[in-house]
Design a protein around this ligand. Structure first.
Ligand code: NAD
Length: 429
């Protein structure tokens, strides 16, 4: 068990849950296969001259509970298997937080850092054309993921709308506010991570004000989680990006670091004293450590918020955090899970911890349907209510005492909900 294939990892997580879930074995086996995956070839004329051919995917995993829903990722390490695993995780996540959605995911193999804005726009439009027969406001609704953002969603919405002949805001979520986005979407995943971390502390009867936190990845999710937890009184002692990690046992100056990163700065520049758009506070003395070192810091909470498969059988023994809140998708391999579970390290699983993004995507989609927009307070209150009750249900399932960990509790709830939907709907034809 335990390998680098995220799809195998997801199947192993399902298998662990099957023994505890009240699900017919036939239905369970059906859930191990995505409904379909479209692979598209994307020739794009680059600004630098010449044509480069990219490859992209859209996987629609399961739609028993409603339209497919899931982000689009731009990354050099995208593979079909990874997209399919992420689509599976979206399916369980939407069911766990009780949204009327199935699960999907998209990805394009590319290195966005090597592409200009024009290149990214052309690539996005070509990809949208490639998958437009699958997506739609009532069928499959994409959203941002790694290296995609509201601008990417605007290009997708525009391309889709051009073919339809009228504006279809509801075809994607995570749009800019001006074209049907919702207040609160950009920060939503990080806000959800912060809410479940606070709930976990309440459950463990610990004080978040005394807690030390390490956040791997200071991107969209990690930076908002770090800022909100910093505001809530926790001490953020380390955070990172691809260039490495900044560490200060007395706590980082999160607002200053945030301003530096918002201005395009890197972590290695921050630790070297080369700050962008910010000035260092006197007490702020971070040292540069590696991403691997960050995972092994002696902290109360570790929040992996970058890529999958970072906590493995190889390093699980050296992870010293008391709790892990999985902001990234699939950061812990099954083999690592077993090691950590035996050591009673509480892991809030990804399908719960990072569900804030899809919850607020759903709220955006609902507002688009209503052709009405809600204020930020309403969106944030609804996010807190929904992720809070999914947290409570997961804890309640775990406290019944038979399931070994929170991940299995969460999977059990999600799989039972999806299986019920399959049973009611029956098998076509
Ligand atoms: P992002 O691109 O904004 O940020 C990613 C961060 O991780 C950046 O700081 C980047 O430098 C760093 N990083 C990238 N590769 C790394 C590596 N190999 N080692 C260490 N750091 C690395 O992405 P994001 O939107 O914040 O997403 C982060 C994770 O959260 C992903 O797993 C994504 O699937 C998951 N997620 C995102 C959302 C969302 O709403 N954005 C929702 C649910 C889950």
């Amino acid at each position: 068990m335990g390998n680098d294939d995220p799809f195998e990892n997801m199947l192993a997580q399902m298998d662990r849950a099957e023994a505890y879930a009240d699900v017919d074995h036939g239905v369970f086996e059906r859930l191990k296969y995505p409904e379909r995956t479209l692979k598209v070839t994307l020739p794009v004329e680059l600004e630098s001259g010449g044509v480069e051919v990219f490859e992209g995917y859209r996987c629609q995993f399961d739609s028993a509970r409603g339209p497919f829903k899931g982000g689009v990722r731009y990354h050099p390490s995208v593979t079909q298997r990874e997209v399919e695993a992420l689509a599976g995780w979206m399916t369980w996540k939407c069911a766990l937080v009780d949204l009327p959605y199935g699960g999907a995911k998209g990805g394009v193999i590319c290195e966005p850092k090597d592409l200009t804005d024009n290149d990214l726009e052309r690539l996005t439009r070509r990809y949208t054309e490639g998958i437009r027969r699958l997506i739609g406001p009532e069928t499959d609704v994409p959203a941002p993921d790694m290296n995609t953002n509201p601008q990417t969603m605007a290009w997708m919405m525009d391309t889709y709308s051009m073919y339809e002949g009228y504006t279809v805001p509801k075809v994607v979520t995570g749009k800019p506010l001006e074209i049907g986005g919702t207040p609160g979407r950009v920060a939503a995943t990080g806000r959800g991570v912060s809410i479940v971390t606070e709930r976990l502390f309440e459950y463990l009867e610990d004080d978040l004000g005394d807690a030390t936190v390490a956040v791997q990845g200071f991107g969209n999710v990690g930076s908002h989680a770090a800022r909100l937890l910093d505001d809530a009184g926790a001490r953020i002692v380390a955070t990172s990006d691809v260039t490495g990690a900044a560490y200060d046992p007395d706590g980082l100056d999160v607002p200053t670091l945030g301003a530096h990163v918002d201005a395009g700065g890197l972590i290695e520049e921050y630790t070297a004293g080369d700050l962008k758009g910010a000035e260092r506070t006197q007490w702020d003395e971070p040292e540069q450590i590696s991403n691997a070192d960050l995972l092994e810091l002696d902290v109360d909470v570790l929040i992996p918020a970058a890529v999958e498969g970072v906590i493995t059988a190889e390093n699980a023994d050296r992870v010293r955090a008391n709790a892990i809140v999985e902001a990234a998708n699939g950061p812990t391999t099954v083999a690592a899970d077993e090691v950590l579970s035996q050591r009673d390290v509480q892991i809030v699983p990804d399908i719960l911890a990072n569900a804030g993004g899809v919850i607020v995507s759903y709220l955006e989609w609902v507002q688009n349907s209503q052709e009405f927009s809600w204020p930020l307070e309403t969106v944030n209150a609804e996010l807190e209510r929904r992720i809070g009750s999914a947290f409570d249900e997961t804890i309640e399932r775990y406290d019944q005492g038979d399931v070994p960990d929170l991940r299995t509790a969460a999977y059990t709830i999600a799989l039972e909900r999806i299986a019920r939907a399959h049973e009611y709907r029956g098998l076509f034809p």
